[in-house]
Design a protein around this ligand. Structure first.
Ligand code: SF4
Length: 411
């Protein structure tokens, strides 16, 4: 049923089906940016490491610059062959098709340290292709709150828990301000990254606070600091939660950021309430959309985004088949685009339902239907993802930039 061709088709397939472990994939980890999630061998899967898990690379680059995130899966028909000296190939068992690939390299900054000895990798920066993500307060307060036994964290979130990272960054629950030494260490790391690789986008993110105004204050402090040290004038995006309207205006008045991205995550209020209980409780669905509309008024169409998690609706507890899930998501895309807001869909595998024989097929059908339908909606509304916000070189689990690039090449 696929209507995709070329690199976007390959990217969707590999994102939806994962890659299984081979010694070549393991060997590539020695010279590649490491994956945040180690490869976990399934029961019965051959494990040449004998350890049950292995470090693998994070990102694949195809010859035309398409970036693909690697998700390990022992059942996948995709695997890696070759070596650093000969070059690597991504191979599909079913057809024998083989594509030349490279991995995002292990840049020197990944093993370097700040002047006071903190590894840059712990200083609050991450890199995806040509995007530098600044995250100096990753701990999310939603993880600390429960209501009627239910955690307020978003159901899919594996990265907001206060942990070792928050300790290195000096983040303490309840303190809004970011410590000056934390900002200085981040600046050193940011300078090293920018000196070693081409960075074309800076994205400010962080864990949520239960008080949206306080969250806005924290992001104002961060954005002012980044602006003061952004010597190359790299475009900056604000990736906070839905902060107060006057604070959105303040970001614009001080020209602190070029783009805004408040992540609604899930279209339809019932799904939003179930998947993002903290956002629903402390901000609310209607207010979230209102804040995005306020951002459009200040920053203009084409500068306001909302990341969406695509695939979480296929979790068994929501009782949705892929056709209904895709229909709802496309209704949301239409509605948001009408308001001048550009949703960006990241594929997130549902953790349940793996025993279904169509587990991978339904994810792929859903995601392909969504991204192709959404490309047509964007065109109809005259909206395009700004090259300053994001591009095909950093969209490692999103397809919007790849599809727009393919459409331009075909025109
Ligand atoms: S707001 Fe949701 S997605 Fe963001 S860090 Fe908190 S729990 Fe995770």
């Amino acid at each position: 049923m696929s209507t995709l061709a070329g690199s976007p088709a390959l990217k969707v397939q590999v994102m939806c089906e994962g890659i299984r472990y081979t010694p070549a994939l393991g060997a590539a980890a020695a010279h590649s940016m490491p994956n945040y999630y180690p490869y976990r061998f399934k029961p019965g899967e051959p494990d040449p490491t004998g350890r049950g898990s292995a470090t693998i690379p994070y990102l694949i680059n195809t010859p035309d610059g398409t970036e693909i995130r690697i998700l390990g899966d022992g059942d996948s028909p995709w695997h890696i062959e070759g070596s650093q000296a000969e070059g690597y190939r991504l191979v599909d068992d079913r057809s024998g098709r083989s594509v030349s690939v490279a991995f995002e390299p292990m840049y020197p900054w990944l093993t370097q340290k700040t002047s006071d000895g903190l590894p840059f990798a712990q200083a609050g920066v991450q890199v995806h292709g040509d995007m530098l993500v600044v995250n100096v307060a990753p701990g999310c307060e939603y993880f600390l709150h429960k209501h009627e036994g239910q955690s307020m964290r978003c159901a899919f979130c594996a990265y907001g828990a206060p942990d070792e990272r928050t300790k290195h960054l000096g983040q303490i629950s309840g303190r809004v301000e970011i410590l000056q030494p934390t900002l200085e260490r981040m600046r050193e790391a940011m300078d090293a990254v920018i000196a070693q690789t081409e960075i074309r986008h800076i994205y400010l993110v962080g864990g949520s606070l239960t008080d949206a105004r306080k969250e806005g204050e924290r992001f104002l402090q961060l954005a002012r600091f980044v602006k003061a040290h952004n010597r190359h004038r790299i475009p900056v995006a604000l990736g906070s939660g839905a902060i107060a309207d006057d604070q959105i205006a303040q970001f614009k008045a001080e020209q602190l950021v070029d783009h805004v991205c408040f992540n609604l995550e899930m279209w339809s209020e019932p799904l939003f309430n179930q998947v993002c209980p903290g956002k629903a409780r402390y901000v609310g669905y209607a207010r979230w959309i209102e804040a995005l509309e306020t951002a459009v008024r200040h920053f203009g169409r084409g500068h306001v985004y909302s990341a969406m998690v695509a695939g979480v609706e296929l979790e068994p507890e929501h009782g949705l088949e892929w056709e209904q899930a895709a229909r709802t998501a496309l209704e949301g895309a239409e509605d948001l685009c009408r308001r001048g807001i550009i949703p960006v869909y990241s594929l997130v595998w549902p953790s349940g339902g793996r025993q279904r024989p169509d587990y991978h097929a339904r994810i792929r059908n859903y995601f392909e239907t969504l991204i192709t339908g959404y490309a047509a909606i964007r065109r109809r509304h005259g909206l395009e993802v700004s090259d300053g916000f994001m591009c095909h070189r950093c969209a490692y689990m999103q397809l919007e930039c790849d599809l727009d690039r393919a459409a331009k090449a075909a025109a």
